[in-house]
Ligand binder design. Structure first.
Ligand SMILES: [Zn+2]
Length: 110
């Protein structure tokens, strides 16, 4: 029987610091501002910025170019460990059986 859970397959969370591994922003680092679990994508502050030409409307009050962070595929970013830099996420369980994310390289908590 398959367990149905709402736990996202996505290991990344809002606020995580990540580095971009591919695409036009490769090497850039930023914090995740939004996780789109359904599409397996994340929005990272300052990454994959699209310049949107905005025409003045009554709603915006302002015309010009607006920077908008576009989602990137979660597989194209790596979480940053304080010690190791870009790494992979592993898990350990604490004494209460709670799942805790760890760095797969140094096994420190993420
Ligand atoms: Zn580490």
């Amino acid at each position: 029987m398959k367990m149905k859970t709402t736990t996202a397959r996505l290991k990344l969370r809002k606020g995580d610091r990540v580095r971009v591994l591919s695409g036009k922003d490769v090497g850039k680092e930023g914090a995740i501002t939004r996780v789109l679990a359904d599409s397996n994508r994340v929005i990272v502050d300052g990454v994959n910025v699209a310049k949107k030409h905005q025409r003045q409307t009554r709603a915006t009050m302002q015309a010009g170019i607006i920077d908008k962070d576009m989602p990137v595929d979660a597989s194209n970013v790596a979480i940053l460990c304080d010690k190791c830099g870009p790494t992979r996420i592993g898990y350990r369980f604490d004494s209460d059986g709670k799942k805790i994310r760890i760095c797969k390289k140094c096994e420190g908590d993420l």
